[in-house]
Design a binder for this molecule. Structure first.
Ligand code: PFF
Length: 455
């Protein structure tokens, strides 16, 4: 029950607001530093093709399942399960999601903080005249510093909390509607710069030229894993956002639009990055090395690099911000609705917990790197537990819940808006939710934790 049960629950005010907020959650660091490289080394266009099929068949189904749970339950990730399956242990799936939100925010927020340092360095022209070795050293010195990353990480958390505290419509929706178009605009400008450099064609080939010989079992598994993380699935984010979608909106269309927008941005990010990387004759890479070492090296050599560097790191910060907002909202919605706290108190409490874990993550890059849990430092442990275990497992339970527990009638009502929509794809989606998605996710999960070895 909501804190003020006499007041209507906060909700998204417009269709564009829904898409902006949900795509904001989905579009993040995963799209910018992981997807393009993954596509490039795994067969370019061939990978894109497989990824798109997964997004459309499995990503969309899981997203529909989450939206259904949220909108039917009208509560947070835990409360929705409690409302739909009272007295049953299904709410534990929501519980795992809340735990994952803390964990993911801890390390994701640390990287988000780095983007602020790199915005600052871009402003003060801090990459100028530095060799690749200098830039690499600069990155290591910064990330292993005991204080500086924590300062930025805290600032980033305060920005996130500031948006979340303002509410769903006046905070999350309002800022997503500004930030997402801005993100698209920045990417487009960066693409124009990147593809007009001489030698850019090779980067375009890297990204798009299909090479099916590079596609292995492993490629397929990692495409699905990437789709899951990239679409923010399996941990209640989309359940929570779904609960703010009005009854008149079309959930199937929403899921398709958000999934396609996320994929489009990932491809555009690749077009902004790899043509430039190849134009400067640099070997492509992924992750922190790509964005915090390789790209500064390119920016400081490229005409107009000062501006493009600033734009790129602002882009990264925006992408991360709309994602951390959704992570925080998962927890805040739970605290305020189930534990009956005010939104402000819930945000402060959740943020304090995140900050504590986040500081541990930051320190695990330097001072406490030697502290290991199951052989992993704190950062890697949280990353592994949340993205490799909780997300696929959560996704599996979610599709099973919607496919077999919630009941066909209830799901149909939610997806055809009590008969007012045609929802022609409904039988197909139901089939995907009940049979295709669970099997595919189970395979990914078993492979990720090493029980099944698919090569
Ligand atoms: N989808 C985000 C990305 O691709 O970077 C990461 C993410 C955000 C995962 C929010 C899960 C989540 F709840």
């Amino acid at each position: 029950m909501a804190v003020n049960s006499n007041q209507p629950r906060d909700s998204f005010g417009s269709k564009f607001g829904i898409i902006a907020a949900a795509a904001g959650s989905a579009v993040g660091l995963g799209n910018i530093w992981k997807f393009p490289y993954e596509a490039g080394v795994n067969g370019g266009g061939a990978f894109l093709f497989i990824y798109l099929i997964f997004v459309l068949l499995i990503g969309v189904s899981v997203m529909v399942a989450e939206l259904t749970i949220g909108r039917a339950g009208q509560r947070n990730a835990i409360g929705s399960f409690k409302a739909l399956a009272p007295g049953k242990p299904w709410f534990l799936v929501g519980m795992m999601g809340i735990a994952a939100a803390f964990m993911i925010f801890a390390f994701y927020g640390a990287v988000a903080g780095w983007t602020l340092e790199y915005i600052y360095q871009s402003i003060r022209n801090g990459f100028a005249g530095k060799s690749p070795e200098d830039l690499s050293q600069m990155f290591t010195e910064f990330t292993t510093n005991p204080a500086r990353p924590i300062m930025w990480q805290t600032l980033f958390l305060i920005m996130t909390a500031g948006v979340v505290i303002a509410g769903v419509q006046k905070g999350i929706e309002k800022y997503s509607k500004i930030l997402m178009p801005l993100l698209l605009l920045i990417i487009l400008v960066l693409i124009v710069r990147s593809v007009t450099l001489s030698g850019a064609r090779e980067g375009i080939n890297f990204l798009f030229k299909p090479d099916f010989s590079k596609v292995t079992g492993h490629t397929i598994i990692s495409a699905l894993g990437q789709a899951f993380f990239s679409l923010s699935l399996g941990m209640g984010t989309i359940i929570t956002y779904g609960s703010y979608i009005k009854k008149k909106e079309n959930l199937l269309n929403t899921a398709v639009q958000v999934s396609l927008a996320d994929t489009l941005i990932a491809v555009l990010a690749g077009l902004a990055i790899f043509p430039a990387v190849f134009a400067f004759g640099i070997n492509p890479s992924e992750g922190p090395g790509l964005v915090f070492i390789t790209l500064p090296n390119i920016f400081q050599q490229m005409p107009g690099g000062y501006v493009f560097s600033l734009m790129f790191f602002i882009l990264l910060a925006i992408a991360a911000l709309t994602s951390t907002i959704s992570l925080l909202e998962v927890i805040v919605a739970y605290f305020s609705e189930e534990l009956k706290m005010s939104r402000k108190r819930a945000t402060l409490l959740a943020s304090s917990g995140i900050l504590f874990l986040g500081i541990l993550c930051s320190l695990s890059q330097g001072p406490i790197a030697g502290f290991k849990i199951f052989g992993l430092n704190i950062w890697d442990f949280l990353d592994f537990t949340s993205t490799k275990i909780i997300l696929p497992l959560g996704g599996l339970f979610i599709v099973i819940f919607v496919g077999f527990v919630l009941g066909r009638k209830r799901v149909t009502e939610e997806l055809n808006n009590e008969g007012t929509l045609k929802a022609r794809l409904l039988p197909v989606v139901m089939f995907l939710i009940r049979f295709v998605a669970p099997i595919a996710i189970a395979l990914v999960f078993l492979n990720m934790i090493g029980i099944l070895k698919i090569t």
